[in-house]
Write a protein that binds this ligand. Structure first.
Ligand SMILES: [Zn+2]
Length: 97
């Protein structure tokens, strides 16, 4: 089965796992997904072709610059969602296809 994977998705999720534990905000799955949705809607998607969920190739794009961009967006997402947890449940339902 050939499909598409948004590399930004796994990048954002791992960034949330990296930053969220250092905060006092809610860390439940619903809030994590809200944060991911918030950040992903503000970052460029990086779709790559995949087979059975495995990425065929990765863009060797400027990782460092990308990382700063992701860190800024995720930090903002954690702050926004963290201050108003469990408010954006629509986001969560949209992301769980
Ligand atoms: Zn929560």
């Amino acid at each position: 089965m050939i499909g598409l994977i948004n590399l930004m998705e796994e990048t954002v999720l791992s960034k949330i796992d990296q930053l969220l534990p250092n905060t006092d905000y809610c860390k439940c799955e619903s809030c994590r997904m809200d944060m991911a949705a918030y950040a992903l809607n503000r970052l460029p998607a990086q779709y790559v072709q995949s087979i059975k969920g495995k990425v065929l190739y990765r863009f060797a794009s400027s990782q460092v610059q990308n990382d700063i961009e992701v860190t800024v967006a995720v930090s903002k997402a954690i702050e926004i969602v963290g201050k108003a947890p469990h408010k954006n449940t629509n986001y969560v339902e949209e992301k769980r296809v």
